[in-house]
Every structure is written in structure tokens, then in C-alpha cells.
Design a protein around this ligand. Structure first.
Ligand code: TPP
Ligand code: MG
Length: 724
């Protein structure tokens, strides 16, 4: 959300003029079969929503809360959605404007104000999220982000999780985790439908006929950008209705009866497992985008007053009185009661405690399962003869799939063959590097399957599944192509636990082939940029260099409760020097424990990945020159093993950090800086970095050889540091 400017017009709620000019549709609908109680309850929630907005605006202007975004003008469609769905039974992926929806589901005004004041008692985030990011376990309301559109893919994963629980009978507690007729609701604005994630989600919703209900609340604007600029033809449902299997419903989202009818029919459609549906509701954004925006800068006075005439509250009041559902007096009583409730809730929230500053670092990772602990230290129980790293990873995945019925594997080309009936005739693909070969054959296409060629789709769906306890271990085919998923990784996956104060988490493992030294890998099959992910709080970053470590670290990744980026060096998949004997089906290695792969007394090389072997070769040569070099394989970057770094620095007093990432802002810079800060007195030479050049990896082998550091570059560094 954007927030820069302070102005906001107040609610026109209590004025009746706008209501009188609103177009009523009540007669046509004969009250849509709704009882007096239902209509009044709906009205009350709509009114409550508006009054909370207005109170928040007041509090923001008094600097008692720090952000405000309103749902004014969207209340009718949202309450209709809430009243046609079932909190705690169905699942909900709303967006920041869905106040009335969330009130209708059961979030209380007090909880809303707790978020506004940033209280530690805010049940959605404990003061970590902006207001209007509601979350609740009881209501099946996962923690949302502010990123427009990412929630669409979570909704897909959520709906898939329901289907997985329905299908995978080996999951012990599955009955309590899904409902046969559950619906997943995802709501977006007209602007958010331009995000790729919306379209990626439609692909999967339709291809898999998932029970997902899209609600597009089209207020004609994305901040200041009008919908005709946003969407070809200015009408999203005209485009979406051509998706095979999608059913579109349209309604005037400012008219409660029209909204109710559309939602009732759409929910019934999805609940009956007839496929996904999309409700396109036209609404009005009665206030500026947020309190930081001033819509007078881009909406004409005529446009603004036309919008005000469609105020859903005014229209509802007119309906209720003209149809004899309630008198003006009764509506006034409701207003008084709502205003009292809002004032009391706000006052209570203003008294609530703020978070303790000492808690700022809590909930970055799981407080329950610590993958750095001795609980993950185990003895290898070797089996068979030495095999490659690729074989070791395949075996580990196989053993974990057998052990954990909630685990699923998906990504591009990871299945053996999407059309299972041909598996009798072909041996199967099983990944472009064959890491997942045979897993679909062993565990079936429900648990091992291909995704569309869409990286955000892979990670976003995995997040949605993990929210419900499925254990996705997904593959991004090449590190070079992880970037469409970066939004999902950085703003969703890694942030889910922190932003919700551990109410929700998404412990997904993302396996990614990484790195160069391939001869011909070129700029798009050789990238290494580990440091970018190290700069993503909430994500574990693991990079094994040999077969046995790969097994132990991957198993820890799968069994821990944090999101893990598991980086598999392509060049190391099938070397002979890093082969290992499979260490058994329960072998785990704690994160944050480096491996001293060579002892030495004069210089220590801190390294990981493909540079481990190159450093060893350089160390052997240096030995012949009379320099004793230790080599430390960090194995995990987040967390990194400071104890071992510190001990080895004290032992040798001369340090090299060697990695494949480009030099500038590589993770070596972090380690060097920390050694400089904390161990300066131990150093007999400046910390030396050996790294890739600050350029992409070029195709021609002669270029690749100078761009990526090899043993000669490490040896040069050893000589320099030793001679200092
Ligand atoms: C990915 C992303 N890009 C940009 C923004 C900033 N932003 C917040 S809301 C918004 C407009 C959204 O418009 P729409 O989807 O129509 O919803 P509305 O606010 O109109 O209800 C923008 C650009 C964001 N939050 N996320
Ligand atoms: Mg909009």
C-alpha cells in the first residue's frame, strides 16, 4: 500500500440525500428471499464496517494509529460474501479493503482497533502488520500481506490442500483438516487482476477444477489508475469468462440484494464441485485509496458525487425503509448501538499494551522446532557403496516421502510422466537433472506432479498448502529462473510466520539447482546469487557440497518447521570427488554447523558449494609450498556457523572467504565484516575474498574460466594472505 499524503473526506453515511437518488433494485428481487433478521444483520455489519473506518480516520488524524485504509463503498458485496460462506469451514484470502467481509466472518471491532494501535494483543500479528491485515486460525483466515495479487496463489494451494487431505488416506488426522464441500474465497481489486499471480492462479484453478471462488471488487481504480487503463476493455470478467471451466457471475456490488444473489449462486456452484467461479462486483471507492492518498487529485467532483450516490449504505437504508423492513427510527437505533460499540472497542484498544521492544526478533523462525539444535545431530548409518550427490538427494526424497504422507513434490518436469498411463512404456523424466526420477512412479501422481511453467505459481501454491499442514518440497528448475517466484519467497513464504506472530507459517522446502562451472552454462544457466536470499529474513539457506551432507541437510530441511532454500550445485551433482555412502533414512545434520574438511594452521578458507573442492586443491598445492591451510565448508549460509569461523580464525589468524557469487555484496563481505568487527585483534592479515567477477557468467569457456574463481585464484589468495 502507498501512503504519502494526509487528507481524507469523512463519511457521508448519516446523510439521506445520496440514498434517495440511488438506484434501487429491491423490488425486482423481492428481497431475494432474505428474512428481516438477515437483512438487518447484514445492514448492521455494513454500518459497523463504515463506522470503524470513520473512527480509524479520526484516530489517524490524532496520530493514535499509524495507517488507515477503508472499505467504504465495498460493504454490500463483502457482507454478502461473509453471509454466504462459513468461517472455520470455508477458507478466506481477502485483501486489505475487506473490512466488512472480515467483520462478517467474526473478526471483532476490538481486534481491528488493536491492529490499528499496533498492540501486542493484536491477534493477527501482535503489532507487526499494518491494520486491515486480519488473520485468525478459528476463522480459516490466513495472514495476508500487502502485496496485491499474491493471495490468489495461496488460495489455489489452500484448495489443493483440501483435495489432498480428501485423497491421501495415509494422513492420520486428515479428517479434521478439510471439509468435503469447503470453498476457498479469494478477493482482489480490479487493479490486482493485472498481476501475473492472478492469471497464474486462474490457470491452475481451471485446469484442476478447484473449488475456488474469486471475488473481484471492481471500484474502477487502482489508487489513481482507472480500470480502462488497467484492463483491456475495462471489464475483467469479459476476459476471464473465456477460461475453460470458469463460471462468471456479475453483480452491482453496491446493491445488497444483487450482491447476495450473485454470491449465493456462485458459492452454491463452487460448493457443488462444479468448478471455480468468479464474481465480478462493481463497487465504489468512496474515500481516497488510503489516508495517504487524496483522490481529488485525480477524480473530478462530478465523478466523486456520482460515486457517493451509489453508497451501499444509503442504498441499503433506502431498501430497508421502502420495503418496510425497518423504520427510520429502528435504523437510528442501530446506528446508535453501532457507534457505541465502535467507541467502546476503540477506547479499549487504545489502552492495550504495546509490544515489548525486546520481542522484535521473535518469530523470524519457528520457536518450537530448532534445526540448529542437537535434536538434529545424528550418526550416519551407512548403506551401500558411494554414490553421487544427485543419487543421494533422490534417495532422501524417496525416504522422506515414505515417512511423511503429507509431503508432496511438484515443479517443472519433476514428474516422471504427467500422463501416468504411459509409465509402462517410458522410463520417465523425473526432473531436468533427474533428481526426482522415479518418485512419481513410487508415490503416485497425486503426490509428485508437474506444475505449469510458472515459478510464482510453484511457490505461491506451496505457501497455500503449507498453511494447512501439507509439506511441499518443490523444485525451481534453475536458480536463474527463480525470480518470478521472488515476490512469493520474500514477501510471503519467509514473512508468513513473522508477520503473523507465529499464528501462521509456511514451512516449504524449495530445491534449486544453482551455479556454474558447466562449460556452456552461460548467463542463464550459471547464476549464483546466494547473498540475495541470505538477505531475506525468515528463510534458511542451505548449500551442500557433497552427497552425504546433501542427504543430512535435506532431511533437516524437510523435518524442520521453517522455509528452506535448498541450493543444489549442478556441477556437484555427478562428480566423483564428492560421492558418499547413503547415511540412512534418519540421518540429519543440524543447520549452522560447518564442516572442517581440512585442518591447517597458517590460513583458513571459509567456503561452500563448488569452491570447497577448489579450495582443497589449492590447499594441497599450498602445503607443498610450506603453507598449512584449513578449509571450512559452511554448509548452511543462514544460519552460518560463527563458532567455527571464530575458532578457526583464532587458530590461523589469516582468513580467506571463497565463493562463487560475484564479489560485490557477496556473502563473503558479510563474513569479512563480522570478523573485522569481532575478531580484529586475532588477524595477522586483512580478510581476503575470492569470488566471481562482478559480471554475468559468459558462455565461451575462456570467459567462464576468468569469471568464476578456480583453484588458481584461491592459491593466489593463500600466497598473498600467508605472505602478508
Ligand atoms: C505488488 C504490489 N504492487 C503495488 C502495491 C501498491 N498498491 C497498493 S494498493 C494498490 C492499488 C490496488 O488497486 P485494486 O486492486 O483495484 O484495489 P483497490 O485498492 O482499488 O481496492 C497499489 C498499486 C502493492 N501493495 N503491491
Ligand atoms: Mg480498485
Amino acid at each position: 500500500m502507498c501512503h504519502n499524503f494526509p487528507v481524507m473526506k469523512a463519511s457521508t453515511l448519516t446523510g439521506g440525500a445520496d440514498a434517495r437518488t440511488a438506484a434501487g433494485t429491491a423490488g425486482e428481487h423481492a428481497l431475494a428471499g432474505l428474512s428481516r433478521e438477515e437483512l438487518l444483520a447484514a445492514y448492521r455489519t455494513m454500518l459497523l464496517s463504515r463506522k470503524i473506518d470513520d473512527k480509524e480516520i479520526q484516530l489517524k488524524n490524532q496520530s493514535l494509529i499509524f495507517f488507515q485504509i477503508s472499505g467504504a463503498g465495498h460493504e454490500a458485496i463483502q457482507v454478502a460474501a461473509a453471509r454466504n460462506l462459513r468461517p472455520g469451514h470455508d477458507w478466506f484470502f481477502p485483501y486489505y479493503r475487506d473490512r466488512a467481509l472480515c467483520l462478517g466472518l467474526g473478526v471483532t471491532p476490538y481486534e481491528m482497533f488493536l491492529a490499528g494501535v499496533g498492540s501486542k494483543d493484536d491477534p493477527a500479528s501482535g503489532g507487526r502488520q499494518m491494520p486491515s491485515h486480519w488473520a485468525s486460525r478459528e476463522l480459516n483466515l490466513p495472514s495476508p500481506s500487502s502485496a496485491t495479487g499474491t493471495q490468489c496463489l495461496h488460495a489455489i494451494g489452500c484448495a489443493e490442500a483440501g483435495r489432498l487431505y480428501e485423497t491421501l488416506t495415509a494422513i492420520p488426522d486428515r479428517e479434521s483438516r478439510y471439509r468435503k464441500d469447503e470453498v476457498t474465497l479469494v478477493s482482489v481489486g480490479d487493479g490486482a487482476t493485472s498481476e501475473g499471480e492472478f492469471w497464474e492462479s486462474l490457470n491452475t484453478a481451471c485446469a484442476q477444477k478447484l473449488p475456488v471462488l474469486y471475488l473481484v471488487e471492481d471500484n474502477g481504480y487502482a489508487i489513481s489508475v482507472p480500470v480502462d487503463v488497467q484492463t483491456p476493455g475495462g471489464d475483467i470478467s469479459r476476459i476471464v469468462e473465456h477460461f475453460p471451466g470458469m463460471t462468471v457471475f456479475r453483480c452491482d456490488g453496491t446493491d445488497y440484494l444483487s450482491s447476495h444473489t450473485a454470491l449465493r449462486d456462485a458459492v452454491a456452484h463452487v460448493r457443488a464441485r462444479k468448478g471455480p467461479a468468479l464474481v465480478h462486483a462493481t463497487v465504489v471507492r468512496l474515500y481516497s485509496h488510503s489516508l495517504s492518498d487524496d483522490e481529488k487529485l485525480y477524480k473530478t467532483p462530478a465523478e466523486r458525487s456520482a460515486e457517493a450516490r451509489r453508497d451501499p449504505l444509503g442504498r441499503m437504508r433506502q431498501l430497508l425503509t421502502s420495503e418496510g423492513v425497518a423504520s427510520e427510527h429502528e435504523l437510528a437505533e442501530i446506528l446508535t448501538a453501532v457507534e457505541r460499540e465502535v467507541a467502546e472497542a476503540a477506547n479499549r484498544a487504545l489502552e492495550a499494551s504495546k509490544p515489548d521492544p525486546a520481542t522484535a526478533m521473535l518469530h523470524v523462525f519457528s520457536p518450537d522446532v530448532d534445526p540448529t539444535s542437537d535434536a538434529f545431530a545424528s550418526e550416519a548409518v551407512p548403506e551401500g557403496s558411494p554414490d553421487t550427490m544427485v543419487a543421494s538427494i533422490n534417495r532422501t526424497l524417496r525416504d522422506e516421502m515414505a515417512r511423511e504422507p503429507r509431503m508432496v513434490i511438484f515443479g517443472e518436469d519433476v514428474a516422471d510422466a504427467s500422463h501416468e498411463e504411459i509409465l509402462g512404456t517410458v522410463s520417465g523424466k523425473g526432473g531436468v537433472f533427474k533428481v526426482t526420477h522415479g518418485l512419481q512412479r513410487a508415490f503416485g501422481g497425486v503426490r509428485v506432479f508437474n506444475s505449469p511453467l510458472a515459478e510464482a505459481n510453484i511457490v505461491g501454491r506451496a505457501v497455500g498448502m503449507a498453511l494447512r499442514g501439507i509439506k511441499p518440497v518443490v523444485e525451481i528448475q534453475f536458480f536463474d529462473y527463480i525470480w518470478p517466484a521472488f515476490m512469493q519467497i520474500r514477501d510471503e513464504l519467509s514473512m508468513m510466520r513473522y508477520r503473523s506472530n507465529s499464528l501462521w507459517s509456511a514451512p516449504v522446502v524449495i530445491r534449486v539447482p544453482i551455479g556454474g562451472y558447466l562449460r556452456g552454462g552461460a548467463p542463464y544457466h550459471s547464476q549464483s546469487a546466494v547473498a540475495i536470499f541470505a538477505h531475506t529474513p525468515g528463510l534458511r539457506v542451505v548449500l551442500p557440497s557433497n552427497a552425504q551432507d546433501a542427504a543430512g541437510l535435506l532431511r533437516t530441511a524437510i523435518r524442520c518447521d521453517d522455509p528452506v532454500l535448498f541450493l543444489e550445485h549442478k556441477h556437484l551433482y555427478r562428480q566423483t570427488y564428492n560421492k558418499g555412502v547413503y547415511p540412512g533414512p534418519d540421518y540429519t545434520i543440524p543447520f549452522g554447523r560447518a564442516s572442517v574438511v581440512r585442518e591447517g594452521t597458517d590460513v583458513v578458507i571459509l567456503t561452500w558449494g563448488a569452491l570447497v573442492q577448489r579450495s582443497l586443491l589449492a590447499a594441497q598445492q599450498a602445503e607443498r609450498e610450506g603453507i598449512s591451510v584449513a578449509v571450512v565448508d559452511l554448509r548452511t549460509i543462514i544460519p552460518y556457523d560463527w563458532d567455527t569461523i571464530s575458532r578457526m580464525t583464532k587458530q590461523t589468524n589469516r582468513v580467506i572467504v571463497a565463493h562463487e557469487d560475484p564479489l560485490t555484496a557477496g556473502f563473503g563481505a558479510e563474513i569479512a565484516a563480522r570478523i573485522g568487527e569481532e575478531l580484529f585483534d586475532e588477524l595477522d592479515a586483512p580478510v581476503k575474498r575470492v569470488a566471481g567477477l562482478d559480471c554475468p557468467v559468459a558462455y565461451a569457456p575462456v570467459l567462464e574460466e576468468v569469471i568464476l574463481p578456480g583453484a588458481p585464484a584461491v592459491l593466489d589468495a593463500i600466497r598473498t594472505v600467508a605472505a602478508y
